[in-house]
Each structure stands twice: as structure tokens, then as C-alpha cells.
Design a protein around this ligand. Structure first.
Ligand code: KIV
Length: 285
């Protein structure tokens, strides 16, 4: 698909040419269990959505935007309003991928009813088709409640960053027998509750494989295993925007260096009065 965009002056939106294609649906994602691996990346802004969309089955508006976009210390302070604003931008910038919005900490844990109100708000405000929430067995009744009321839910088990204050760190899960049994129980519970897919984050590889074999919905690994039904990464991590990334990240580019280099060249031009030139200035006729 072309990545050339024209501005539609009626809406001020950048629309891709050629014409938009049909979006990936929740049933289509479910049907990929055991098939061609599902590709998911995070996106928080319209331009990133435009660039990533042609390559992805799913775009996740992750609450990792708290750290990546806002410089917050964790995902805990992220609000529903932040998720709605970024979610709407990603939907506007995408035409192909299924867009999933993270439910932020505090917006769903209290009760299935609270979760329904928050999820309905996110879907109405953004036009996205699904939400993601963190937690295993304890969240199964909520996943069941939402799914039966028309809100597709992607579960997220293993290392759940919103629980940082309980976990005390971002280390991999599943190193002890007890943790392995808990992870498998969580996976089975959210699967039975109707999750259409589940993120499996930061777990030792054998347990990621065991979970993938045990559940009926696709597993999307991050710091898990290539045997999962799909993979997700934070786009800025894999693009090389940050100096330090977790061990499970593969860097596909060094974008930070390129940005820094471009800024240095711009600064040098400005200081030398070498920018703007005739090409970038307006002259009288
Ligand atoms: O918030 C996020 O970006 C996520 C992914 C890393 C799975 O939850």
C-alpha cells in the first residue's frame, strides 16, 4: 500500500491513496489462532498510525504512552481522557488494522459495570473496535460481562505493568512452579471468559508455549516466545527511539540518532544563516 497522503480539506484529515481497504475484524483475529502470526505494534499518534497501519494486523493504543509520550514514571497515572484522545488520532490515521485501546489503571478494576462504562466511552470517543485490560482470573467476570454486551476484550497476563506497585519491578514471570500454575490458570480463565486474544508479557518461554497450546484464542507475545500466535512491541522501542530498552526488544532502526543528527544540522544552518535559502522563502513577483 502507498504511504503517500493527501489532505482532505473537507475534514482536514490526511487520507491515504489509494482508497482505504477493509479493516481487520475481531473474528478475523480470532480465526488466526495457530495460523499466520499476528502482527501488532503500538501507536499513539496519527502519523505513526499512518506509517504502521499497512504492515500491522492490529494497532494497540497502549497505556505505555504514559512513559513514551508523557514521560510519566509508570502507566499508573494514565487517564481515560488521554487514552480517548490518542485512540481517536490512531483511528483517524489507520484504515486497515484493528485498533485496540488500553483501559487505563483505575478505569475498570472496581466492577464489571465500571469497566463497561469506561470501555463504552473509549469506543464511542475513538471509533476503535476493542479494548485491552490487564489481569487474569480476577478479571474473568469483567471480560465475560463486556464480551456479552458487545465489547471485544483483549486480555493481558503475565507481567502486567499497571500492577508495578504490587510487583515491585518489571522482571519476567513464571520462574517458580507456583507462578507457572498461576499463569496457566489466568490464561485459561480469561480465555473461557471470552477474551478474543491475550497479550502474554514477560514470561519464561516454556510457559508462554504452554499457554499458547492451552487456550483457544490467539496469544500475542512480548518478551514471551516466537511460538505465540502473534507478537507486539512498543513501536518506539523497536525503532530505536530510546537508549535503554528491555532485553526482549529487537531494534530495527536507530531513529533517535537520525533525529538528533537532523536537529544538529538544522541548528548549524540556522546559526550560519544557511537556512532558509531562496528555496524556502517567498519573493515578490
Ligand atoms: O501499553 C502497552 O504498550 C502494552 C503493550 C506493551 C502490550 O500493553
Amino acid at each position: 500500500m502507498s504511504t503517500t497522503f493527501t489532505i482532505d480539506t473537507a475534514t482536514s484529515r490526511a487520507n491515504p491513496t489509494p482508497a482505504p481497504m477493509k479493516r481487520v475484524t475481531v473474528p478475523a483475529v480470532r480465526a488466526r489462532k495457530g495460523g499466520e502470526p499476528l502482527v501488532m505494534l503500538t501507536a499513539y499518534t496519527v502519523r505513526m498510525a499512518q506509517l504502521l497501519d499497512p504492515h500491522c494486523d492490529m494497532l494497540l493504543v497502549g497505556d505505555s504512552l504514559g512513559q513514551v509520550v508523557y514521560g510519566l514514571p509508570s502507566t499508573v497515572p494514565v487517564t481515560l481522557e488521554m487514552m480517548a484522545a490518542h485512540g481517536a488520532a490512531v483511528v483517524r490515521g489507520s484504515y486497515h488494522a484493528l485498533v485496540i485501546i488500553d483501559m487505563p489503571f483505575g478505569s475498570y478494576e472496581e466492577s464489571p459495570e465500571q469497566a463497561f462504562r469506561s470501555a463504552a466511552y473509549l469506543l464511542k470517543e475513538t471509533g476503535a473496535a476493542a479494548v485491552k485490560l490487564e489481569g487474569g482470573e480476577a478479571m474473568a467476570p469483567t471480560i465475560d460481562f463486556l464480551s456479552k454486551r458487545g465489547i471485544p476484550v483483549m486480555a493481558h497476563i503475565g507481567l502486567t505493568p499497571q500492577a508495578i506497585n504490587m510487583l515491585g519491578g518489571y522482571g519476567a514471570r513464571g520462574r517458580s512452579d507456583a507462578e507457572q500454575a498461576k499463569l496457566l490458570g489466568d490464561a485459561r480463565a480469561v480465555d473461557a471468559a471470552g477474551a478474543f486474544a491475550m497479550v502474554v508479557e514477560g514470561v519464561v518461554e516454556p510457559i508462554a508455549i504452554a499457554i499458547t497450546q492451552a487456550v483457544s484464542c490467539p496469544t500475542i507475545g512480548i518478551g514471551a516466545s516466537a511460538q505465540c500466535d502473534g507478537q507486539v512491541l512498543v513501536a518506539e522501542d523497536m525503532l530505536g527511539m530510546f537508549d535503554r530498552v528491555p532485553r526482549f526488544v529487537k531494534r530495527y532502526h536507530e531513529v533517535a540518532n537520525e533525529i538528533s543528527d537532523a536537529a544538529a544540522r538544522y541548528a548549524a544552518d540556522v546559526r550560519a544563516r544557511a537556512f532558509p535559502t531562496q528555496d524556502q522563502t517567498y519573493q515578490p513577483k
